[in-house]
Design a protein around this ligand. Structure first.
Ligand code: BG6
Length: 468
């Protein structure tokens, strides 16, 4: 698409803008992936001049920052919920294809939308990009959605979940739907269970004020983990069309077995990190709060009540301050029905690993004969995309997604009904935590979460995957 655009970035002085969004735009620009004419206008309340913001960006961007790039960047200090303040941009934005990107707190989304509308900045050409989490629960998400949808058509709204922009997630689609050998196995007859882990070694230091209100369930599960689950579990869409894909994802969300108030304590583990053995600070210190019932870790057992997945548990977990940064979807196949090899243990069943982080790749583990005279068997790994591993630079998910917004492709963005179905499923868990007053279980920074997380699988005779 060669149509010029203006990216109006709200929350421009924030962490996300500096760490991910602007660097991704810059990478696209360096790759020659942007149209000839575009500009970036940062908006935020911080009192900065355009020159100061450019200087900040130049610091944050790696390598030689081309002056040509910075020449297209401007900054306006304004309260984005004030129609008058936004009105001053009218002349500047007149007749342009504006992409409004909201990287602020979600409780400002409705106010910013209203101000854009009153300032007369919205046209049929405009696009609206919303960062997650949209809302803090079903009701607040619905209120935001009502405001935004009052001013923009669904085709103009891009709800971003950057996990969908990760290369391996798209590769998962290709692997599943461009190969006939996997799809035939992709069901309860051959799959024993599936584990999805997003582990982070980092803490919440620096964003405690935001995080303490949100917690891991809203920050990671409601969006990233459920989206990964949808991509893994959905039926084959009939085309790669945005709505065809999203129709299938929303069906998965609606088939999630609702968490019953009586079983939440059994199915969902909630943790909060405490000081670690190597002097790492605990959560309350990192977040700068005195006392907190916010969870930094969630593990859960999820059932999908449909024909394909009957009886196949999906174990999800995510947390801060875990031993390493890793993200994997691991499909555990059933063991062979009858083994003729004495050394073969049930744990030697096939596994298909989709690794999103820190490196990318898809691996199949399978049994093979150990070379030699004896009939010994062992597990071996086959990389299904060895070239990916040799790539020098994995593009950031935001590059892919920003480029999709510019090209008006919604396939990797979350639709309204999907968002609401995800909140609908998560809401009872939030309510139960609030009403029961149960506090998260402590775990030491640098460990794999509270022991209850291990028990969640042990109860089913299973173990969490560990990276070799
Ligand atoms: C964000 C969360 O959506 O995803 C952060 O708000 C988290 O808490 C981040 O650290 C992880 O993203 P990535 O791409 O670094 O794994």
């Amino acid at each position: 698409d060669t149509t010029p655009f203006t990216l109006v970035l709200f929350g421009a002085a924030g962490d996300l803008a500096r760490r991910r969004l602007v660097p991704s735009l810059y990478a696209l620009w360096c790759d020659g992936a942007l149209p000839e004419h575009w500009q970036l206008l940062g908006v935020s309340r911080s009192a900065l001049t355009s020159d100061e913001w450019r200087a900040e960006l130049a610091d944050a961007l790696e390598g030689e920052v081309a002056d040509d790039f910075l020449a297209r960047v401007g900054y306006v200090s304004a309260d984005a919920t004030d129609p008058q303040a936004l009105g001053s941009l009218r002349e500047r934005l007149e007749g342009q294809r504006c992409i409004f990107y909201l990287a602020t707190r979600a409780d400002l989304y409705a106010g910013i939308t209203r101000a854009l509308e009153e300032a007369g900045l919205i046209s049929g050409q405009s696009r609206m990009v919303l960062e997650k989490p949209i809302g803090l629960d079903y009701a607040s998400a619905e209120a935001i959605e009502t405001s935004v949808r009052g001013c923009f058509d669904e085709r103009q709204i891009f709800r971003i979940d950057h996990y969908l922009g990760k290369e391996t997630v798209q590769n998962l689609l290709v692997l599943r739907f461009a190969n006939s050998i996997f799809e035939s196995q992709w069901n309860h007859r051959y799959i024993d269970h599936i584990q999805i882990t997003i582990a982070e070694s980092g803490s919440v230091a620096g964003r405690g004020a935001f995080y303490d209100e949100v917690g891991a369930l809203r920050d990671m599960v409601q969006n990233h983990l459920l989206q990964l689950l949808c991509m893994t579990a959905m039926e084959p869409p009939n085309t790669l069309d945005a709505d065809a894909v999203r129709d299938e994802k929303v069906k998965v969300l609606r088939a999630l077995r609702p968490m019953e108030i009586t079983t939440i304590a059994e199915e969902v583990v909630r943790g909060q990190y405490t000081a670690g053995a190597n002097g790492e600070a605990g959560y309350t210190e990192d977040a700068g709060v005195r006392d907190s019932a916010t969870e930094t870790f969630v593990a859960m057992r999820v059932a999908i009540d449909n024909w394909r997945w009957a009886g196949v548990p999906f174990y999800l977990r995510t947390g801060k301050r875990l031993p390493e940064r890793t993200c994997e979807i691991v499909v555990h196949f059933r063991p062979v029905p009858h083994s003729i090899f004495p050394q073969q243990r049930a744990s030697m069943a096939n596994r298909l690993v989709f690794r999103l982080q820190p490196d990318e790749g898809i691996q199949l583990s399978f049994s093979e004969k150990r070379p030699g005279a004896a009939m010994d068997i062992r597990m071996s790994e086959l990389s299904l995309n060895p070239q990916t591993l040799r790539r020098e630079r994995a593009p950031d998910a935001y590059e892919r997604l920003l480029s999709d917004v510019i090209q008006d492709n919604q396939t990797l963005f979350v639709r309204h009904d999907e968002l609401m179905a995800a909140w609908d499923w998560v809401d009872p868990i939030l309510q139960n935590w609030r009403d029961s007053g149960v506090r998260p279980e402590p775990y030491r920074a640098g460990t794999w979460g509270p022991s209850a997380a291990t028990m969640l699988l042990a109860r089913d005779g299973r173990l969490w995957d560990e990276r070799e």
